[in-house]
Design a protein around this ligand. Structure first.
Ligand SMILES: [Zn+2]
Ligand SMILES: [Zn+2]
Length: 398
């Protein structure tokens, strides 16, 4: 059997400077915090009239079945394959799952990124919240054994249980779908810009430092950094759940409302994540010495978000009341093209919301809730619609 430490090199992150993408086991991963991930889940599962939980479970099954398959090697025995499944989950920052009793159909988890996110921001719940883990486990069983199973959470730490507990149902169900994508846009179209810069902020030094930080799960499978819990989420997962959510809501005539909800979640995310970052020792050590005014802080934040894989985006114009950004290779736009082809409308809800959230954080006053909505952002052009870049315009709300 191969031991755990021998398996870690399979999951080494590669950062691609040309696209600002982080790649683990063949998948581009995006670093977001527990607030964003839990909020996105609540938005999708909380929408009436659609099967939001099914969208999350299905996306996790397909994406992690694929990512895990790419982390396996032809000579791996079954024990090693389960070890890789446990390790990938922990390494990406989702928590710790115990697969030692999977043969009996039982899985337990004693730490969870999503439970942390739920308890931190969303309060008491009467439901088990680990839909994501159910989907991950279904994908893992498929990658390891080839079987299509249903996994159901029967106890959850979010409801006070000592650990989350899952049961595997091996009854009849449809086969696991492949993660089918068409290669749409291989790389950003040159050239971008011109971009606005700060004379004081060394963006490349910030990117190098953040990319050099080991953002992988600790013993408990969590990534506490910048005063939040981070996780490495495959872009494919975000794209599948967001596209799936908007399409399901379109069936009810509510797709515009769905996009507004996704933008709103990202607006909160931008403020929460970067507020944490701006109050972290990492910020004090590296970035604070470069920051003389609020515009410098804004440029530093955009550099950090590029290191986190958010967008390959850059400031094209900036005043204290307005911001214009260009993104040439954001995962939402590129992912839409891969999964669906040309879009009829801009697709980058995450970047749109974060663009407003960043301005609210840098120039606003008060709590996150008091700042929320004081800037509005819109995506004016999108790679998803065939444009060479995505362009975002942010304005202070009068
Ligand atoms: Zn749970
Ligand atoms: Zn776009």
């Amino acid at each position: 059997m191969v031991t755990g430490s021998d398996l870690v090199p399979r999951l080494t992150m590669q950062y691609e400077p040309a696209t600002y993408r982080r790649r683990i086991a063949g998948h581009d991963v995006i670093i977001h915090c527990h607030h964003y991930n839990a909020r996105l889940q609540r938005t999708i599962e909380g929408a009436r009239g659609i099967d939001g939980k099914g969208i999350l479970v299905g996306a996790a099954e397909v994406v992690f079945g694929d990512q895990l398959a790419r982390a396996l090697r032809p000579g791996d025995d079954e024990v090693t394959r389960w070890a890789v499944a446990e390790l990938l989950y922990r390494h990406l920052g989702f928590g710790r799952i115990d697969l030692s009793r999977i043969g009996e159909g039982i899985v337990t988890a004693d730490s969870s990124h999503f439970v942390e996110g739920w308890l931190a921001g969303l309060g008491e719940t009467t439901d088990n919240v680990c839909s994501f883990t159910e989907g991950y486990l279904q994908g893992a069983v498929h990658a390891v054994t080839g079987a299509a199973v249903r996994v159901r959470e029967v106890e959850c730490m979010a409801r006070g249980a000592g650990r989350c507990r899952f049961e595997v149902d091996r009854g009849e169900r449809p086969a696991v779908a492949a993660n089918h994508k068409e290669p749409a846009i291989a790389s950003p179209r040159e050239p971008g810009g011109p971009y606005a810069k700060s004379a004081h902020v060394d963006e490349q030094a910030i990117i190098d430092a953040v990319v050099g930080m080991p953002m992988i799960g600790d013993d408990a499978g969590l990534i506490p950094a910048f005063s939040v819990y981070l996780a490495n989420m495959p872009a494919d997962f975000y794209n599948r759940i967001c596209i799936g959510f908007v399409e399901a809501m379109r069936g009810l005539g509510r797709d515009k409302a769905a996009i507004r909800l996704l933008v709103s979640d990202a607006e909160h995310c931008g403020m929460n994540t970067f507020r944490g970052i701006m109050h972290s020792p990492e910020w004090d050590g590296l970035i604070a010495p470069m920051v003389r005014d609020r515009a410098d802080a804004l440029h530093a934040i955009i550099a950090i978000s590029n290191a986190l894989g958010w967008g390959d985006w850059h400031v094209t114009a900036h005043t204290p009341r307005t911001l214009a950004l260009e993104s040439r290779y954001g995962y939402e736009a590129v992912g839409y093209r891969e999964y669906r082809g040309l879009a009829a409308a801009p697709q980058c809800a995450m970047l749109t919301g974060v663009a407003a959230g960043v301005m609210e954080l840098v120039y606003g006053e008060g709590t996150v809730e008091e700042r929320y909505g004081t800037f509005s952002a819109r995506e004016e052009r999108c790679v998803g619609c065939g444009e060479p870049s995505c362009n975002f315009a942010v304005e202070q709300v009068e």
